[in-house]
Ligand binder design. Structure first.
Ligand code: ZN
Length: 384
């Protein structure tokens, strides 16, 4: 896995403890190890965002605790820069030499997903900092004797399997220029740990940027790709998913008309009106402007609030499913049933009962994902 892909999978949101807070000592260090913890908090909702918020609060100051990363099944929150000491190991030596990684254990956690992510994060840290696996990966227990990480220690081969996974990931990693790695700052988003109540941190996935592929015609690439990336950034979706939807809707014909639906993305009459354009005027817009108008369309149908309401972190879904979500929005932007089902991991609810889109399957997320997964196999996206 390339390092930038690993970062994209990790979904790291930097939401640092304010530097004036007493549990962020600000002592610079050059860590020589990673220390793994479990949060000891089994309450539902005690996820990574909640622990990032906790570290910024009074109780963490009173208890003199802080650590670098909290990992759950959706993403990672980073509370301290990796060149600053945290207070997590129970010993001065551990704190002065080790990066602290807490793995959540909330009741509503998808545990295998969280441990996969924690292993990948540990592998990335080891890869970048030059730590050996397993000799420079510690349990909290190694420092202070505390029964931590409690969950991994309770399983007969839990710790060994975790280390094996870290080693596998690390062996697989390849470097890329630092510039191609993007992290999300909580402040860059309208969502911080303070307001993250029940919203999955993966909503803040750094979006990939398309270069070519995904069915974008080479003649349109220069105009269209920046517009796709722009809309993708604004809505936290993969630009290739938008490209796939456009191909399916209009085969990149910006003058396409199907009844009242027009243009590249087959928007309805509401969008030309919103832009103060006649139907003919809208159809005369170049492809990139029509894609920007599609952004307006997503906004008009409250795409972000709707997905937040159903806790669907679209950008964290596999590409084929992201395209299926956009396609379902095309069919039924206001419908509740398919979104409620998707949020529960049920992909079988039809977005529309019409038969016109039969080649997409029955228009459920699952069937359309199958279609789009095949589509992207034939037309693979190329990312920056
Ligand atoms: Zn611990």
């Amino acid at each position: 896995m390339r390092l930038d892909e690993a970062y994209a999978n990790l979904h790291i949101v930097q939401d640092f403890i304010p530097s004036k807070n007493s549990n962020r000592p600000g002592t610079k260090f050059s860590a020589t190890s990673v220390t793994i913890h479990n949060t000891d908090n089994t309450a539902a909702g005690a996820n990574a965002a909640a622990h990032a918020k906790y570290q910024k609060g009074a109780d963490a100051r009173k208890r003199k605790v802080s650590w670098h990363f909290t990992v759950d099944d959706k993403g990672v929150f980073q509370s301290l820069p990796i060149n600053e000491v945290g207070w997590h190991s129970g010993t001065a030596k551990g704190n002065r030499t080790s990066i602290g990684v807490e793995i959540c254990m909330n009741a509503d956690l998808d545990a295998p997903a969280a441990y996969e992510r924690a292993a990948l994060l540990t592998a990335v840290l080891a890869f970048q900092q030059g730590f050996k696996v397993p000799s420079q990966i510690f349990q909290h227990h190694d420092w202070s004797g505390k029964n931590c990480p409690r969950v991994l220690r309770a399983q007969p081969h839990g710790w060994q399997e975790f280390l094996d996974q870290v080693a596998r990931y690390k062996k697989d990693l390849t470097n890329v220029p630092a510039a191609s790695i993007k992290l999300s700052k909580a402040a860059d988003h309208h969502l911080t740990a303070d307001s993250a109540k029940g919203v999955a941190p993966a909503q803040q996935v750094p979006v990939k940027h398309l270069v070519s592929g995904a069915s974008v015609p080479s003649s349109l690439r220069a105009r269209v790709v920046p517009a796709l990336n722009l809309v993708a950034d604004a809505f936290n979706i993969d630009p290739a998913a938008i490209a796939g939807m456009i191909h399916t809707e209009s085969v990149w014909d910006s003058k396409n008309v199907t009844g009242k639906y027009i243009g590249l993305t087959q928007v309805g009459p509401e969008i030309p009106k919103l832009l103060g354009l006649s139907r003919t005027g809208f159809l005369a817009l170049p492809p990139d402007k029509q894609i920007e108008a599609y952004g307006r369309w997503l906004d008009y149908y409250k795409f972000k609030p709707q997905m937040a309401k159903y806790k669907i972190a679209v950008g964290a879904l596999p590409l084929g499913r992201q395209a299926a979500v956009l396609q379902a929005m095309q069919f039924a932007p206001n419908a509740k049933a398919w979104k409620a089902a998707l949020s529960k991991g049920n992909f079988s609810v039809r977005s529309t009962p019409t038969k016109q889109a039969a080649f997409l399957g029955d228009t459920s997320i699952g069937d359309m994902e199958k279609y789009y997964t095949g589509f992207f196999k034939k037309k693979p996206p190329k990312y920056a």
